[in-house]
Structure formats: structure tokens, C-alpha cells
Design a protein around this ligand. Structure first.
Ligand code: ADP
Length: 551
């Protein structure tokens, strides 16, 4: 039941965690607000872009269709209406001739004008044509009598003026030129697709742009009848063919609808924002982690100082105590004296190891640690280290078993390798207070000379198995509880192994024990024959050599 509050307390007390949280909050909240507004402004921008596109399309479609219709009506307004208003009875050809001439000049798609009057002095009751070839009134025009015959109201009228359109010229020349000029003034947003305008005739043939295709997706469409006169006059002039052609004008944005355009434009912007957001979160996380780590290292360093003082003081006190006792000569039995000498020796070794670790660590930190490699038999080296620790094993009542292959040649710095192995063995003793059994193996595995140290101690939780190789890192960091240490041993082991092109691995299960394995690259100079022999030797591994036994 205490777990909840105690975990919370621990979190509150954990300075690195507090720092990481403060950093995350101080940076994450403003960044989140910033990004929220960014996303909102993208949405607002998209909405207004959509409105602009829609308006541009509507206005262009309406405006262009209207001005096209006006242009088509121009001959009626500028010529026919003027003539009708100004005409005199009888029809004065001399008066209307210049108006028709000007009409031909101004209205490029008009092919010819017709004039008829039953009051005209000359050419009475005769259809006259005024066209580009004659530039004057001519008679015997094929359409003329036809038109007049069919003209139902002829009896009621005394005259009329009409025009004939050059249908081909209207489609091929007039319309493209007119639309091009009209659209020159249309401007849209530069970063969005251009507005396209297409004009189609009754049979859905594209008249504008020349050679273009009809858009499948269009935004606006205006449909209008192709009339060159007042529509009301049409039935009078051509009563049977009163079927004006229907044209269409469409606006489009490259076959895309507006929502698709907007979302295509929005997508990269949103993606970029998400990416930036991810990047920010990532950096905040790493900065927080780095800061937390720094705080933790600072804490570890302060623990380290107290551990070093403790680790120095304890053996020194023991050495002093036993040396003084020996000096006073109060000991009766030589066996006892021997024991005291052994203790002094073993404590001195501990001190040496500690000081070596400290010196080595400072060299590593300064980047000055160099390894002097020479051919060494790893088995011999291991045997030497085990012997040197023999009295410590016996004194602390550890059973040490070993399986050592006969010959494992490696190219290493023997002192550094001994120090690494001693650190592992000393940890194996320190962290297995209950089951005092240690096993050491030396053999070859996959091109490496391997030393494996196994204990049956407290073990290491899987999540901490990588961390223990960091400098100053200790699982039992609280001074006073558990074995003392500086947190440098494994950091040094790791450095030594990397320095030799090898590596150290740990397998461990809490409560069951740990196995640390040092992999040194084999000495390249050896021949395959030798390797075979050594592999055979390593078959001897079942043989157990007790280096030290519990008393
Ligand atoms: P130190 O032993 O001085 O604390 P090390 O770098 O040698 O520092 O080890 C780091 C930590 O790894 C130790 O504090 C201990 O918690 C853990 N550790 C190392 N070896 C063993 C082992 N054989 N069994 C259990 N834990 C171990």
C-alpha cells in the first residue's frame, strides 16, 4: 500500500526527473501553442484561397461570357440599329453605304450586309448586298431572294437591313483573338493553378483555346445562344430556322476541383509542420534526457567521492590495525601471524586495484590511456590473475572453479587485461554474498579469445544491463546500503575491451547470478593447424580445476 506514495516521493525527490519535467514543460507548452496557431492559420489561409478561386472563376466566367455576347451583338447595335434609325423612305443607299462600310471594317466576322426596300428609287424591290469584295451594293445575291421570299412580314414592311456572318472566320480567327485579349487582364493567385477558360460550340467542339481539349472537371459554366441580332427579331427574319446555336464557356483549374487544389496545397505545409513538431519533440526529449543525465552524473560524482573515501579508508584501517598488532608482537601462534600478513596483503591489493582504477580512469578521461599490445596466452594470464586473488577467495570462502583451454593466443596489453579481469572477479565476489561460487572459463569463440566469469550472486535487472558500463553508474547508489564501490570498474573494463578491438557482454538474471564475458580478438599470427589443436584442447572444458576451495 505504501508503494504509491513512496514512488511519488521518489519522483519528486529525483532532481534529474524534476529538471527534465521543467524543461519539457517550459519548452513544450510554448511550442505546442505556437504550432496550434500555425495549424489554424493554415486552415484560415486555405479557406480564403478557396473563396478567391471560386470568386475568380465565377467572375471570369460571367464577365467573359457577357463580353463575348456583347461583341456578337455589336454589328446589330452599331450598324443595323443605326441604319434603321437613320433610314429614310425611300431608302437612301448613299446615306447608309458608309455605315455598312464601317461595319465591315469594325466587325471582322461580318461577311456581308443585305438591304431591301420597296421604296428605293433604284433597285426597287430587289435585295442588295454590301460586302468586302464589292465595297458597294450589288444585286443578284443568292441568299437575297430566298430570304425575301421567306420573309413573312414582307407585305407589312417597306425595308430591312440584315447581315451574314462568316461562321468559319468567327470560330477560327475572331473568337480566339477576342478571348485572348479579354483574358489578358485576368490575374489569379500566383501559387495556385491558373484559371483556364474554354469555349465550346453546340457540338462540344473546343473553339478556344485553339487545339485545346474540353476540361472534364470545370468550376463554372455559362451557356448562351449565338445571336447577332436582337433575339426578338429572329423569328421575323428567319421564322423557320429559329434555332440559334448554343455555345458554352467553362472555367477550370487544370481538371481539378477547388477542394482538391486546396488540400494538395495544404498537405505539404501540414506535413512540414508535423515534421517540425516531431523534430521539436525529439530535441526536447533529447535535451531533457541529456540534462537529466548530467544531473545524474553530478550526483554520481558526489556519491563517488564518498565511496572512494570509504574504499580507501577501510583497507587502510585494516592494514594499520593488523600491522600494529603484529608490531606489538603479541601474537602467540605463527599461523595467526601468517593470517594477519595475508590480510594485510589482500587489503593492500584492494587498495592497489582501487588506485589503479582511479589512475586509469583519469587517463581515459583525458584521452591518454594507450594499450601496449603483445602476444599473450589468455589462459596463462587468467591463471595468473586467479592465483593472485587466491588468498582473497579463500579468506572470503569463495569456491572458484575454472575451465581453461590450453592455449588461447591473443594480442593484448597484459596489464590492462589483468585489470579488467580482476575488476570482474572482484565484482563477482562483491555482488554474490550468499552463493559464494564463481566459475571462470577461457576458450575461443568465433575468432575471439573469450574469458567468462560467472557468479551466483544478486544479478542485474535487464534494463540496467547496459547502464552498468557507464562511468560512476552504480545500481546500489545509496551510500551505506549494499557493497561499496566507485562505479568505475566496468567503465574501465569496457574501455579496455574496446581499446583491444573486442567487447564485453553481460548475461544476468536478478537473484540467480551474472556472467560477464570478455572477447579479445585472437592473435592473427597463429596457423589454422594450431587453432584446430586448441579447439580440441578446449574440449577439455569439462575438467574442473579448483583454484581455491572454501575452507
Ligand atoms: P562498482 O562495483 O565499483 O560499483 P562497477 O563499474 O564495477 O562499479 O559496477 C557497476 C555496477 O554494476 C555495480 O554497482 C553493481 O551494481 C553492478 N554489478 C557489477 N558487477 C556485478 C555482478 N557480478 N553482479 C551483480 N551486479 C554487478
Amino acid at each position: 500500500m505504501d508503494i504509491g506514495p513512496s514512488v511519488v516521493n521518489q519522483l519528486v525527490r529525483d532532481r534529474s526527473l524534476r529538471l527534465a519535467t521543467a524543461l519539457a514543460v517550459a519548452v513544450a507548452i510554448p511550442v505546442a501553442v505556437l504550432f496550434y496557431f500555425q495549424f489554424r492559420s493554415i486552415s484560415a489561409l486555405s479557406r480564403s484561397s478557396a473563396v478567391i478561386l471560386r470568386q475568380l472563376s465565377q467572375e471570369t466566367a460571367g464577365g467573359a461570357a457577357q463580353s463575348l455576347q456583347d461583341a456578337l451583338k455589336a454589328p446589330y447595335i452599331n450598324v443595323l440599329l443605326r441604319v434603321s434609325q437613320a433610314q429614310t423612305e425611300p431608302l437612301d443607299l448613299g446615306l447608309i453605304g458608309p455605315t455598312l462600310e464601317q461595319g465591315l471594317e469594325n466587325e471582322p466576322f461580318v461577311q456581308r450586309f443585305y438591304v431591301w426596300s420597296d421604296q428605293t428609287i433604284e433597285h426597287r424591290d430587289e435585295v442588295l448586298a454590301y460586302d468586302r469584295d464589292s465595297h458597294g451594293f450589288t444585286t443578284n445575291v443568292p441568299e437575297g431572294p430566298l430570304m425575301v421570299k421567306r420573309f413573312p412580314a414582307r407585305d407589312k414592311l417597306t425595308s430591312f437591313v440584315a447581315l451574314r456572318v462568316d461562321a468559319e472566320g468567327l470560330r477560327r480567327d475572331f473568337l480566339p483573338a477576342f478571348m485572348t485579349a479579354r483574358l489578358k487582364t485576368v490575374e489569379g493567385p500566383t501559387d495556385l493553378p491558373r484559371l483556364g477558360v474554354t469555349v465550346l460550340d453546340q457540338d462540344s467542339r473546343v473553339l478556344f483555346p485553339l487545339g485545346g481539349t474540353a476540361p472534364t472537371q470545370f468550376i463554372d459554366e455559362r451557356v448562351f445562344p449565338l445571336v447577332f441580332f436582337e433575339p426578338d427579331l429572329q423569328p421575323l427574319i428567319a421564322p423557320e430556322r429559329h434555332q440559334p446555336e448554343i455555345w458554352r464557356l467553362r472555367t477550370s483549374y487544370g481538371n481539378q476541383m477547388i477542394p482538391a487544389i486546396i488540400s494538395a496545397r495544404e498537405r505539404p505545409q501540414r506535413a512540414l509542420l508535423w515534421m517540425l513538431l516531431g523534430l521539436m519533440a525529439f530535441s526536447v526529449f533529447f535535451v531533457a534526457r541529456a540534462a537529466a543525465r548530467e544531473v545524474r552524473v553530478a550526483e554520481m560524482k558526489s556519491n563517488f567521492v564518498s565511496s572512494v573515501s570509504h574504499d580507501l579508508k577501510t583497507p587502510l584501517a585494516l592494514i594499520q590495525l593488523f600491522a600494529e598488532t603484529l608490531e606489538l608482537g603479541r601474537l602467540k601462534s605463527t599461523e595467526r601471524a601468517q593470517e594477519y600478513y595475508r590480510i594485510i596483503n589482500s587489503e593492500a591489493r584492494k587498495l592497489t586495484r582501487l588506485i589503479n582504477n582511479l589512475l586509469d580512469f583519469s587517463k581515459i578521461e583525458a584521452g591518454l590511456r594507450r594499450y601496449k599490445r603483445e602476444p599473450v596466452n589468455l589462459t596463462e594470464l587468467t591463471r595468473r590473475v586467479l592465483q593472485s586473488l587466491d588468498s582473497q577467495f579463500r579468506h572470503s570462502q569463495y569456491t572458484v572453479t575454472s575451465q581453461l583451454a590450453a592455449d588461447v593466443p591473443v594480442l593484448i596489453d597484459p596489464e590492462a587485461a589483468e585489470q579488467a579481469l580482476e575488476n570482474l572477479l572482484s565484482n563477482a565476489m562483491k555482488y554474490s554474498p550468499d552463493h559464494r561460487e564463481i566459475n571462470v572459463e577461457v576458450n575461443r569463440v568465433d575468432g575471439f579469445g573469450v574469458v567468462r566469469v560467472t557468479d551466483r550472486g544478486i544479478g542485474i535487472p535487464p534494463r540496467l544491463q547496459r547502464k552498468i558500463f557507464r562511468k560512476f553508474y552504480r545500481i546500489q547508489s545509496d551510500a551505506g546500503s549494499g557493497p561499496q564501490g566507485t562505479g568505475l570498474g566496468l567503465a574501465i573494463v569496457d574501455h579496455v575491451m574496446r581499446g583491444h578491438g573486442g567487447f564485453v557482454r553481460v548475461e544476468s538474471e536478478p537473484g540467480r547470478g551474472s556472467t560477464f564475458t570478455l572477447h579479445f580478438p585472437l592473435h592473427a599470427g597463429e596457423s589454422p593447424g594450431e587453432r584446430h589443436r586448441d579447439e580440441t584442447d578446449s574440449g577439455d572444458r569439462g575438467r574442473t580445476a579448483d583454484v581455491a576451495r572454501s575452507a
